[in-house]
Ligand binder design. Structure first.
Ligand SMILES: Nc1ncnc2c1ncn2[C@@H]1O[C@H](COP(=O)(O)OP(=O)(O)OP(=O)(O)O)[C@@H](O)[C@H]1O
Length: 327
């Protein structure tokens, strides 16, 4: 009989609430006893997911926000055990990009036990800390440096509990006022290395960053490619033009705007886009990095790469591969 493992963040959902729904569903589906693994502040899900794989589970259900999902996905890398989501965070970005149900326990549980598998790309970062320490981490949504990572690292967690995403607005305004740019050396795939001065550089696996804002209009979760965006607004209207590009062009007009117009716009100077399998960045000064919305401190250099189809995710019943499902 198959069995499910649950890796859950107890600050996001009480075990009893999920257990009640899961017990009914697993008995009905003929699954054996569920194994439970609780995350901890200093151990947000990677070790638990690895343990669950070692214990022989058939699916790992991650319960929590994007941080928990990222950590569990990292623990599943290299295994063929799929991930199922019970989204319980602020952003829930992977779930939203894959159009999975949010805050619907029975639907999430049914998907976990009976839903079809979809293979999606898994992003990896190999970074070097300012002190020289090297580390490898996975991400499923976005890796970012510069302004957005400063926002993540300075967002007030207490305020986030009270006002949700508005806490990011406060941190964002503070970071914007500092108007700091990073001097980077970068190399995209086999191109020759180049230099640039940018406010933010984002490397994404999915294109929508919550509230239906599409940052990377061509990003697809299973195209085997990373989408790179560099933001370098300048002049008094630079940030305004950038916001217009993201909020109006990418998000609202994308569906109606002819492709050739978008091609012409795609490398306007506020926002440059590239698709690649790998990008290496060397920073003049150590910079903050964020993965899927969680801050990971300062790094000196990073190689971002993608493992195509590196992660299986449980999808809603009736899902089948096809262009209209591209995220
Ligand atoms: N048992 C625990 N007690 C306290 N904190 C925990 C525990 N388990 C995990 N955490 C912390 O929870 C954070 C991960 O939270 P999670 O991603 O589930 O929600 P979130 O941060 O609200 O989501 P989002 O990223 O969407 O805002 C990690 O920083 C981790 O250290």
């Amino acid at each position: 009989m198959p069995n499910a493992a649950v890796v859950y963040n107890p600050t996001k959902l009480k075990r009893d609430a999920l257990d009640e729904v899961l017990e009914l569903a697993r008995k009905k589906a003929g699954w054996s006893e569920t194994r439970w693994y609780e995350t901890e502040k200093g151990s947000p899900g990677t070790e638990q997911a690895r343990q669950a794989v070692e214990d022989g589970c058939d699916v790992v259900i991650a319960v929590g926000g994007d941080g928990t999902v990222r950590a569990v996905a990292e623990g599943l890398a290299g295994s063929d055990v799929p991930l199922a989501l019970v989204p319980r965070g602020t952003g829930n970005l992977l779930a939203k990009n894959l159009k999975l149900p949010i805050y619907d326990l029975p639907a999430a549980v049914q998907i976990a036990l009976e839903g079809p598998n979809r293979d999606i790309d898994l992003g990896f970062v190999d970074w070097k800390r300012p002190e020289g320490e090297e580390e490898r981490k996975a991400f499923v949504v976005i890796a970012g440096m510069g302004l957005d990572a400063q926002i993540m690292s300075s967002t007030d967690e207490e305020l986030k509990k009270k006002v949700g995403v508005l806490a990011y607005v406060k941190a964002g305004m503070t970071a914007l006022l500092k108007d700091r740019r990073m001097l980077i050396q970068y190399r995209v795939d086999d191109d020759s290395p180049k230099q640039a001065k940018v406010h933010t550089i984002l490397v994404g696996n999915v294109g929508t960053i919550g509230h239906n804002v599409t940052l990377m209009p061509d990003a697809s979760v299973d195209d085997g490619q990373l989408d790179i965006v560099a933001a370098q607004p300048s002049g008094p209207f630079g940030w305004f033009r950038l916001a217009w590009r993201v909020l109006v062009d990418n998000t609202l007009l994308r569906k109606v705007k002819p492709r050739k117009w978008r091609d012409r716009d795609d490398n306007a100077k506020e926002l440059s886009y590239r698709q690649a399998k790998e990008v290496t960045l060397v920073l003049r000064e150590p910079e903050e990095i964020q993965l899927d919305g969680d801050p990971f401190g300062k790094i000196r250099a990073v190689r971002v790469s993608v493992e195509p189809n590196g992660l299986g995710v449980k999808m809603p019943m009736g899902w089948a591969p096809g262009p209209k499902h591209a995220a």
